[in-house]
Design a binder for this molecule. Structure first.
Ligand SMILES: Cc1cc2nc3c(=O)[nH]c(=O)nc-3n(C[C@H](O)[C@H](O)[C@H](O)COP(=O)(O)O)c2cc1C
Length: 337
């Protein structure tokens, strides 16, 4: 899309977070109005059916770009097969001090330590209700930074209750590197307790709403094979419906020497691609085929998406690739499937 090349050349001259906010404000404004044609594109149908849901194509928007669900209509018009909004927390929170988002253009990468800046789950619910999007919507939930770790499970339950009726699936984010202690939920007893509680909550909500909403858990790429295997065992034990692999990495070797390489936070884009694909492969070996994987991390081309699908993902998501290549990337991936 030539328009996107122009937009990008202007936005990339500005601070990364400023550009992000500016673009989202424009998308929120035009998404539901007559100017929506500016971002709209029609994408060929390449349907995928998993967990009783029919995805018109397997390319989704990854969590974190539209945390508050302000641009659902605009992203829907771009032809994504599904959207994931959030991460949202029970109470609004400001996130970390700025600057907290950095472009590593030579590496087609970003580093961020946003820290779940979001308007809170009630604001997200309001925005979803106001949107006219009728495609598949995932809602990604987390815990507030100031909620003690021992009470973190309650934050996930609060969010689950509030979003359940609006979600096609819910993602439990335990892999952001920017909320202290969050990644501890990925292992051992803490993981067991979280999954046991959330599975019980899902059952309770299924009865109350007469609707089954699948639960996905999103994990980090910074895991050993053994850690991935024991995570997968917990997923099987607690009958979690699916896994999203992966979030950003804290590893920096691929960008060593870059002026931003030492910034704290999660690295995304091309440098996380292989680690993320490896985690998908390990998961696929350890999970029965009824438990789908959504592959995300460093998809910047149709070939990258094919690698994720070949590794065992049923669907893919993009974030950093979307920043670098715009909506055209959705079309490229789908057309090349
Ligand atoms: C600026 C930024 C903010 C993000 N925020 C979230 C978030 O709130 N929740 C989440 O689950 N993932 C978040 N992510 C991670 C992405 O969803 C994705 O898993 C990761 O960036 C790897 O994919 P990519 O290489 O296509 O960006 C964020 C990523 C970036 C770059």
């Amino acid at each position: 899309m030539k328009l996107y090349n122009l937009v990008r050349s202007v936005l990339f001259k500005q601070d990364a977070e400023w550009s992000h906010d500016f673009a989202l404000n424009q998308l929120a404004r035009i998404g539901s109005g007559p100017m929506r044609f500016l971002v709209a594109q029609s994408i060929p149908e390449k349907p995928v059916e998993i967990l009783g849901l029919r995805f018109p194509n397997p390319v989704g928007l990854a969590a974190g770009l539209d945390k508050n669900g302000r641009c659902i209509d605009a992203f829907g018009a771009m032809g994504f097969g599904f959207l994931e909004v959030g991460t949202v927390t029970p109470r609004p929170q400001a996130g970390n001090p700025k600057p907290r988002m950095f472009r590593l253009t030579e590496h087609e990468a970003l580093i961020n330590r946003m820290g779940f800046n979001n308007d809170g789950v009630d604001a997200l619910v309001k925005n979803i209700k106001a949107s006219s999007y009728r495609g598949i919507l995932g809602i990604n939930i987390g815990k507030n930074k100031d909620t003690p770790e021992a009470e973190g499970v309650q934050d996930y339950c609060i969010c689950m209750e509030k979003v359940y009726s609006l979600a096609d699936y819910i993602t439990v984010n335990i892999s952001s590197p920017n909320t202290p202690g969050l990644r501890a939920f990925q292992h051992g007893n803490v993981l067991d307790e979280l999954l046991r509680t959330l599975k019980a909550k899902q059952h309770e909500l299924e009865i109350a709403h007469k609707k089954y909403v699948p639960l996905f858990v999103k994990i980090a790429p910074d895991m050993t094979k053994e850690q991935v295997q024991s995570f997968a065992e917990a997923v099987r034990t607690y009958q979690i419906d699916g896994v999203i692999a992966t979030n950003t990495t804290i590893e920096r070797s691929a960008v060593e020497g870059h002026v931003h390489a030492k910034e704290a936070g999660g690295l995304s884009g091309a440098p996380v691609r292989d680690a993320s694909t490896q985690v998908i492969r390990w998961l696929r070996e350890s999970l029965p085929k009824e438990i789908p994987i959504i592959g995300v991390g460093g998809i910047l081309s149709a070939a990258d998406a094919s690698d994720k699908l070949a590794a065992g993902a049923s669907l893919v998501q993009i974030y950093t690739g979307f920043i670098y290549h715009g909506p055209q990337l959705v079309r490229d991936i789908v057309e090349n499937l």
